[in-house]
Design a binder for this molecule. Structure first.
Ligand SMILES: [Zn+2]
Length: 276
C-alpha cells in the first residue's frame, strides 16, 4: 500500500508561532535544512511532494532547482506563509500567479500554511480549481487549538466547495487530509511535525497500519527545519515554544523508522497510479 509523503519547505522563521517575532533578525538556514531533507530521502530512495513557500523560491531559485534535480514534486505552500484566514480569494490568486512565474513546471498541489482550510476559508478551493490545481492537502480532520475540521473525512476525497466536510463526486479537486488516529472516538492528530516529535513513533506506525488495512493511504508531513540541529530557538512563551521546538532532535530517527517501515511516494505519483 502506497502512502503519501509531504515536506513543507519553509525557513525556521515561517511557522505561525515564530513568524511575528522573527522578522527583525531573519538569517535563513534553508540551505542546511533542505540539504538534510534531500539527503535522507535520497538514502531511502523516496520521492515526496515538496510544498514550497514562494518567497523562499524567489530569494533562492536554487531551492527549486535542488528539489527538481532530485525528482520530487514541487507544490505550493503560500507566498509568505500567510494562513488562509489572513487572505481572501483575490489575495490567494495573486500569490498563485507570483509562484507560477517562479517555476517551470505546472503546479498541481497546494497546502495552506497552518492547515488553515476550514468552512470559513473554503473559498480557497474554488480559487485552486480555477487556477488549474488538481489537489489540496490543507485539511486536518481533527480539533487542535490552531486549526482543524474535526468532522471532515479522513481518507482522500473530492470535497464539496460549499462544505468541506462533505464529498462531491463531481468536484474537480481532490483533498488529501492529514493523518489522524481515532482513539475512543477522539481523533488524535498524528500526521507529522509536532505530533511526530511528541508521540511515540509506534503510535504513528499503528495509525498508518490501521489506515492501510482499510485500503486508505496515510498522508504525513514534516518540515525541513525540523531536521536542522541548529534551528534557532526564540523565546515564545511555554506553549508556543513547546509546540514549535519540542524534541527536535528526535525527528531524524523517528522519520527514518517510519519511512523505512512503509511505502511512500509523492501526491502526484499516487494520483497517477491510483486516481486517474
Ligand atoms: Zn508551513
Amino acid at each position: 500500500m502506497l502512502n503519501i509523503l509531504t515536506v513543507d519547505v519553509e525557513d525556521w522563521y515561517h511557522p505561525e508561532y515564530v513568524r511575528c517575532k522573527a522578522f527583525s533578525r531573519w538569517e535563513g538556514r534553508i540551505q542546511q535544512s533542505l540539504k538534510a531533507t534531500l539527503d535522507i530521502l535520497n538514502v531511502l530512495g523516496l520521492n515526496a511532494t515538496f510544498f514550497v513557500v514562494g518567497e523562499l523560491a524567489e530569494k533562492r531559485p536554487e531551492i527549486i532547482e535542488n528539489i527538481r534535480e532530485n525528482n520530487h514534486e514541487i507544490a505550493f505552500h503560500g507566498y509568505s506563509h500567510e494562513p488562509l484566514w489572513k487572505l481572501d480569494a483575490k489575495g490567494l490568486r495573486k500569490e498563485i500567479d507570483r509562484f507560477n512565474c517562479l517555476i517551470k513546471e505546472k503546479c498541481s498541489g497546494f497546502r495552506a500554511p497552518s492547515f488553515s482550510l476550514n468552512n470559513k476559508t473554503r473559498w480557497a478551493l474554488k480559487v485552486l480549481k480555477d487556477s488549474g490545481y488538481r489537489y489540496d492537502s490543507s485539511l486536518f480532520p481533527a480539533f487542535t487549538p490552531l486549526y482543524g475540521v474535526w468532522n471532515a473525512p479522513t481518507a482522500p476525497y473530492k470535497p464539496s466547495f460549499e462544505n468541506v466536510t462533505r464529498k462531491d463526486e463531481n468536484s474537480k479537486l481532490w483533498e488529501f487530509p492529514l493523518m489522524v488516529y481515532t482513539f475512543k472516538g477522539i481523533r488524535v492528530p498524528v500526521a507529522g511535525g509536532f505530533y511526530l516529535r511528541f508521540f511515540p513513533v509506534n503510535l504513528l506506525a499503528k495509525a498508518i497500519k490501521r489506515l492501510n488495512s482499510q485500503g486508505v493511504p496515510a498522508t504525513i508531513f514534516f518540515h525541513n527545519w525540523e531536521l536542522d540541529p541548529q534551528t534557532p530557538r526564540l523565546e515564545l512563551g511555554f506553549f508556543k515554544y513547546f509546540v514549535t521546538y519540542y524534541n527536535l532532535k528526535s525527528t531524524l530517527k523517528k522519520l527514518q523508522r517510519l519511512l523505512s517501515s512503509f511505502q511512500f511516494t509523492s501526491v502526484k505519483e499516487f494520483m497517477e497510479s491510483h486516481l486517474s
